[in-house]
Structures are given as C-alpha cells and as structure tokens.
Design a protein around this ligand. Sequence first.
Ligand code: PLP
Length: 417
Amino acid sequence: MKGEGDTGGEVAEYSLDKVNGGDNVSKWPELESKYFMHTVNRVPVTLVRGEGARVWDDNGREYLDFVAGWAVNSLGHSHPVVAKALAEQAHTLIQVSNQFYTIPQLQLAELLVQHSCLDKVFISNSGAEANEGAVKLARRYGKLNRKGAYEVISATGSFHGRTLSMVAASGQAKHQEPYQPLPAGFVNVEYNNIAAIKSATTDQTCAILLEPLQGEGGVNIPDDGYLKTVREWCDEKGILLILDEVQTGIGRLGTLFAYEQHGIEPDIMTLAKGLGSGVPIGAIMVKESANVFVPGDHGSTFGGNPLVCAAAYATLKYVIDNNIAGNVKKVGQYFIGRLEELKKKYSFVTDVRGRGLLLAIEFDREIADDLLKACLENGLLVNRLNPSALRFMPPLIIGNGEVDEAISILDKVLATV
Ligand SMILES: Cc1ncc(COP(=O)(O)O)c(C=O)c1O
C-alpha cells in the first residue's frame, strides 16, 4: 500500500541482482574494491544463499559453514521460524519510535528475563553498542553509589567491540594503537589473574567487565573459580560485575548463558550475536539493584525495533523450547573429541580447546591462512583465529554428521601440511 504522494513503479524493479550470471567469474570483488572501504581482507567467495549449516556462492558452490556469521546464525541460515517471524513482521510493522510501546520488544524482554538471572532489558543494535550502554550504566551507578567512581577494569586479550570506548576496554594493542588517545576510564589487566584485578581496583572503580571465555582473543578459558573469585571481590568492594556474553550467550557454550557454568550471577550482562540468529541486535540486561537508568539516560533510534525483535523472539523461544543448548553440549563434546583425534594424528597440532560450539585448534607454525584456503577449496568455511590457530563456531543446530564432514575435510587438509 503506497502513500498518497508515492508514484513509484512495480515492486520487482527494486530487487537486487541475485547471481553472477553463471560465467564462473565473480564480478563482486571488483565492485568491492571500487566502492567499499577496505576494512577487511575478504575470503574470495561471494555468498548468496544459506540453509541450515550450508551456504552457496554466486557460482552455485556449496560450503559447510563453521563460521556462522562470526558465531551469529544460532539456528543456521534462513531458519523457517526466523524467516516466518521476519516476513510476518515486515508486512506488519518494521520501525516506530521508541516513544511508543511495541509488542515484539516487550515479549522479547519478558522471555529474556524469565530465562536468566537478570531483571530488566534494554535492546541495542550490536554487541559493541550493548557494551557501551553497560559501561554507561555502570558509570551512572558509580555516580550514585560510589562517589563518582567511573573506571572499568577489563582484561588483556579481550574483545568488546569497535567503538572508541570498546577499543579502550578491549585489551589488544593492535586495536588500540591506531586510535590513541583513547577515552579515559578503562584499565586493562591480565585475564585469569585475580591478583591483577585486585591491585587495579581503586576508589574510582565502578565495574569489572569480562568475557566468561575470551572468543576473539584466542578462545581462552579461565581457570575454574576465577569468575567466582571476581564475583566475591565485586561484592566485597561494592562494584559491578559486567559479563560480556555477546559471543558466549544464547547457548553457544552448552548452557543458555555461560555464567551458569561458573555458579555466579553478573550484575549486568550483554548479549548480541546469537540472539537474533542473523538480524542485528544486542541487549543489555541488568539486576534490579543496578538498574539506575532514568528516562533520558540512554536510547536508540533503531534499538529494539519490531522487525529485529520479532526475529530475536522467535530465535530465543526456539532455542529454549528445543533445548538447543543441550544439543550444543552433546555435539560440542563429540566435536572436541574428534579434534583431539586429529591432535593425536598430527604432531604439529599443539592444542584443542573451547566449550560447546566455540572451539579452536592450534598449530606449532603459522599455517592458519593456508589451511583456511584449503578448507575453502574443499567446501568448509572456518575462521582464522590468529596466524597459527583456527576457530570453529558453527550454527547451534548441527549434529554429529556435520561434525564428521568437517573433520574429514580438516583431516584431508592437515595431511598436506
Ligand atoms: C565478546 C564480544 N563482545 C563484543 C563484540 C562486538 O560485537 P559487535 O561486532 O556486534 O559490535 C564481539 C564481537 O566479536 C565479541 O565477541
């Protein structure tokens, strides 16, 4: 239905090009170099379609996708439940101002609260933005409860996003150096080192921000008891514990949220990636005791709009109703067992690690780029974690069969090293 002043043409005229034309030479990399900022060295594949754990390129070639949009497509590609929610909502109401109540946003918030230890929700558009909001919330808390304390302690090797403040929070020189000077108020200390946290805590500290397992920074698992001790320290000092579950949340590690595996509860938790199974969404969740925002303190034009919330609601409900986290636990254990077999077989494999379906394999040499290319040629998409490690973060709905398929490609590829 058009507005009165709309004199536009047929709907079909506004469709995008779907395929390459079948000449086996992709025209898209050329368009990219001409028109798109060069912020990433892309894998030379143009993906046009996905279903379940599989994607297809513009020449019709099929790949098993163990990257899943960087741990995003929790229900795989174009899951019917998500597609239906999006299509219905797209034909109903896509965006209105957050001055109005909207049903998908509020039903999503209810579901998140009912299935977590947190009490209130704010919806953002990404992980970085959720973390920004979490830090604002912690600073507001510091102003009200800790005489203006504003500093946030975070960990080296962490990754919290690409905004300036989140670059300051993420303790990685390669992300920080190009943008100095960074916003003040962030102190980076060694991950998995409780003494470092204690000695960095001052009267100015309002919160500690940690990933329960560092994803981007290397699939680094903290020692048992680390997060529990951090929780106790926060309680002792009256400071907030913010858990960044942007990558670990929504079943990725085999429980709906990673904090469940540590016997603790955060004061603030952030989510994104898997929450919408592909639509851009993030969430800040907070305990009532730290729920200090008042009207005007925070906001977003798009955050929590009906379209993304309908998709996220469908995703989360499906994950919960079908015990997808239980599947992750089972398949993850099988996967890690099969990776261990590769470690036994190939002496240059030095480590296999991770939890659930966030796993990494490490080598004693810098072969990750070559292996990624070889996997690609054999129809498997993997992530290069660093020059000598690969990361696997497939959709959460995979079974042992897909793991076997990936392992047999990896085996073939490793045999050529
Ligand atoms: C733990 C963690 N936090 C935050 C982010 C940033 O999320 P986004 O890219 O949606 O801003 C990421 C992205 O990889 C992440 O892994």
